[in-house]
Write a protein that binds this ligand. Structure first.
Ligand code: C5P
Length: 220
């Protein structure tokens, strides 16, 4: 192994979608493979960090050398993230479902009453909770998957969620589930465009950026 600039640093990463049950056999979910988040977690580990990956349901295998917590719902993800604190950095990559369903205890039957109506309840915002937490990690990074007004949305997200950096990606193409990603980094210092590259390369660059920001003694 080469340089380990993140040795002794603890990082919490979320990845994947969340599944919100409708009834015991059905759920609503987001279209996320978990690939970008897993790649970031793996790269942070390679750079020496103690990585706690809180993952929603994915088809990806556990990462060797990473503390894995598998969850289903946003509320479970929030609890697992809180349990992993304190940390030096938090990188919230998960595509958390914004709403959960007021779930039915029994399987909904097809019947003569027509289609059932689902009542949606807002889920907690895990990133905003971390960004404003009493034991906030020194570095908090969020993602923003947008299909329009990428920059404006990312900028407002920075403030609202208490993040140091928002990695904005345009998901109007085939980013979700694909191998490549094209991101723009939005912080209080401005915007940095990265060219299209593989998710692994995005992870490599981001992990090194985390190492750089945690190396200094002041707030990144
Ligand atoms: O508001 P939006 O969903 O676009 O924000 C995306 C960012 O916020 C991502 O970093 C995502 O992981 C995080 N998020 C979260 N909890 C939510 C919704 C989003 O942590 N309930």
């Amino acid at each position: 192994r080469g340089q380990q600039p993140l040795k002794g640093k603890r990082v919490v990463v979320t990845a994947g979608p969340t599944h919100e049950p409708i009834d015991p056999v059905r759920y609503i979910a987001n279209r996320s493979s978990g690939r970008q988040g897993y790649a970031i977690a793996a790269m942070l580990e390679t750079l020496g960090a103690e990585v706690h990956l809180v993952s929603g349901p994915t088809a990806l295998p556990d990462l060797v050398g990473v503390h894995m917590t598998r969850v289903e719902t946003a509320r479970e993800m929030q609890a697992a993230v809180a349990a992993a604190l304190p940390a030096d950095a938090a990188i919230m990559v998960a595509a958390v479902a914004d709403w959960r369903v007021e779930a039915m205890g029994q399987k909904i039957k097809k019947g003569s009453t027509g289609a059932p109506a689902l009542t949606l309840v807002e889920n907690p915002d895990i990133l905003a909770g971390i960004g404003h937490h009493p034991s906030r990690p020194r570095l908090v990074i969020g993602f923003a998957a947008e299909t329009e007004n990428l920059l404006v949305n990312a900028q407002s997200k920075l403030a609202r969620k208490g993040a140091d950096l928002i990695v904005a990606n345009d998901v109007s193409g085939d980013v979700m589930g694909g191998a490549n990603n094209r991101v723009r980094l939005v912080s209080k210092d401005g915007v940095e465009d990265w060219p299209e590259m593989t998710k692994r390369e995005v992870a490599w660059r981001l992990a090194h950026l985390v190492a750089e920001k945690l190396a200094g003694s002041e707030k990144p």
